[in-house]
Ligand binder design. Structure first.
Ligand SMILES: *[C@@H]1O[C@H](CO)[C@@H](O)[C@H](O)[C@H]1NC(C)=O
Ligand SMILES: *[C@@H]1O[C@H](CO)[C@@H](O)[C@H](O)[C@H]1NC(C)=O
Length: 555
């Protein structure tokens, strides 16, 4: 062998190894696939296990049957794309939901009987329980729904539910009768808790009274200090559960309303150590008036493109809402947190308002028109002015208007389902939509980090270890460990959606991870851990954060 060849034999593999170690840009093109149908309209959506999503709908003439009638709830298998009907008793029309500290999911509120042939019961005070269910295909998984033995204290249609820092559920607002807008007579200007606190006392909320009329499905997040951020209409505030005090925040700029039927979406931006400083982002909605008759509104009124962002510290509140503009306006957008801390803003329309059957020039029955078909990323850490981008994102051809949903899945892609702006099952323009779509990041089938050996439970302040396998070429200095609550999607609210970055140190293939400090930072309950390296994330591993015990019961 010539000296030159010998040199090459030594140098080429060395060079290749060096190049493989240097960070290289990952492909950026996401893919879009339609896989499966939901059988019931996906008005409410939550991930309940590594393989299953639960869907709650309203009572309507769905093709999926249970017993001798249409179903209005189902489990969707994320691996086989098949659907299994679930039996409900009460009408879960426009209900809210949350997980509790012990992993149980509750679905709360709803509407009255609409279809005696479906044998539904009044769901206004519905409190439906889905216990943790580990069969990968959902065999034996059922919903406990018995309004005569378990129900909310108040009738609540369009309520928000979220898990608070002690692991119980707070149920916010809603209305006892309904319509397009809330009313002074029927509105539930109150909170209640499950399990009940203070003997089941219902706590009055002046804030909800003051935010009439477009104040249904309030946007709410549990904050690291145990208080709760709540936004409704053009206003927001911080509620202290212990002292029962509401601290009002500055109104959203430019008169933008952000809750039903002027529906925007809210995201609690990622919480990072050491300070876990909370920041909220509220996007979309409408400046349409909520004091005029809907007959004077239109499906063609442009929605709002505004995002308002504020840091919830005294300095941040003093600085007020920072305003940014999305590339296009959106009514009913979904804000889906991604494991790398970006937000995927997806679904909704560019004109009109939420709901159906109210505005004069409705499409079919839809109050909204001109669907937004291309999602957009929001990068919270990017410089102002360069945070929005649709680069690499596919465009769908399925309108996702009123009663559509989206969620991150344990596989690490985004499931999109629903759209049903109709009083009952319909095939007209903007039909009842059962097709499921998945937006998948480019690395999902190729360059993926793997995290394994995580314990099933992560205690507050605990230190745990896991084993990682990171594809060659990814920059190890970019490692992020994301503890995520994938939330419960209903009407563009993802109230308990959350991302907490955990500190970690890598030694060989062992990653040492520090759990969240307390239930303020991550309310005790189920979560998913993703390993993110150079923007590529692993699949999510389900963990129980805290003790896994049931939420406290007060006397
Ligand atoms: C459906 O089945 C239930 C239980 O078997 C029965 O009580 C009910 O009358 C049936 N409803 C209809 C519409 O056939
Ligand atoms: C979780 O707690 C709730 C409220 O106390 C209870 O209804 C449910 O059965 C519990 N689930 C489990 C799995 O213990």
């Amino acid at each position: 062998m010539s000296p030159l060849l010998q040199l090459l034999r030594v140098c080429v593999p060395l060079l290749a190894a060096l190049l493989a170690r240097a960070a290289r840009p990952l492909p950026t093109q996401w893919t879009l696939a339609q896989q499966g149908t939901t059988g019931v309209s996906a008005m409410q959506l939550a991930i309940v296990s590594p393989t299953l999503a639960i869907i709650f709908d309203k009572v309507e003439a769905n093709p999926l049957q249970i017993g001798n009638h249409s179903a209005w709830a189902a489990l969707f298998n994320l691996e086989t794309f098949t659907t299994t009907a679930l039996s409900l008793t009460s009408n879960s029309f426009c209900a809210g939901g949350t997980f509790l500290s012990n992993g149980t999911l509750i679905d709360v509120g709803g509407n009255g009987v609409v279809s005696p042939q479906d044998e539904d019961t009044n769901g206004f005070q519905g409190l439906r329980i889905f216990e943790p269910c580990n069969d990968p295909n959902g065999a034996g998984c059922t919903v406990f729904d018995n309004p005569t033995t378990l129900k909310l204290a108040k009738s609540r249609w369009y309520p928000t539910a979220l898990r608070i820092s002690d692991g119980s559920a707070m149920v916010i607002g809603g209305t006892a009768a309904g319509g397009f807008l809330n009313t002074a007579g029927a509105g539930q200007f109150s909170y209640e808790f499950f399990p009940p606190k203070n003997g089941g006392a219902v706590v009055a909320s002046p804030f909800l009274q003051d935010t009439l009329f477009a104040n249904l499905f309030p946007i709410a997040f549990s904050l690291p200090d145990g208080t709760v951020f709540i936004a409704a209409n053009t206003a927001s505030m911080i509620y202290n559960i212990q002292t029962n005090t509401e601290t009002r925040l500055p109104p959203f700029p430019n008169g933008v309303r952000v809750t039903y039927p002027m529906t925007g979406t809210g995201v609690l931006l990622p919480l990072s150590p050491p300070n876990y400083t909370p920041e909220v982002l509220i996007c979309g909605g409408s400046t349409a008036s909520d004091t005029v008759s809907p007959s004077t509104l239109s499906s063609q009124m442009p929605a709002s493109a505004q995002c308002a962002r504020m840091t919830l510290t005294s300095a941040g509140i003093a600085a007020g809402w920072a305003v940014e503009q999305m590339p296009q306006p959106r009514i009913m957008p979904e804000g889906v947190m991604l494991p790398d801390g970006r937000v995927l803003i997806i679904n909704g329309g560019t004109t009109g308002v939420a709901g159906y059957g109210n505005v004069p020039n409705q499409i079919g029955q839809s109050n909204a028109d001109n669907p937004a078909f291309t999602p957009v990323f929001y990068t919270p850490t990017a410089a102002t002015g360069s945070r929005f981008s649709s680069a690499g994102l596919p465009t769908s051809n399925i309108p996702r208007l009123y009663h559509s949903t989206a969620t991150l899945t344990p596989l690490g892609n985004v499931m999109v389902a629903g759209s049903n702006p109709n009083v009952d099952f319909s095939t007209r323009k903007y039909p009842t939509e059962y097709r499921v779509e998945f937006f998948s990041p480019p690395f999902i089938t190729t360059t993926r980090p793997v995290i394994s050996g995580l314990p099933g439970q992560i205690g507050f302040g605990s230190t745990i270890t896991a084993t990682v396998a990171i594809p060659a070429g990814l920059d190890l200095t970019t490692i992020q460990v994301s503890l995520m609550d994938l939330g419960f999607a209903t009407h563009a609210t993802h109230s308990q959606g959350r991302l907490v970055f955990l500190t970690s140190t890598l030694s060989g293939t062992t990653l040492t991870i520090h759990g969240p400090p307390n239930g303020g930072v991550y309310p005790p309950g189920p979560g998913w851990v993703f390993l993110v390296v150079q923007g590529a994330w692993s699949t999510g591993t389900r963990v129980m954060v805290g003790s896994g015990g049931s939420p406290p019961v007060s006397s």
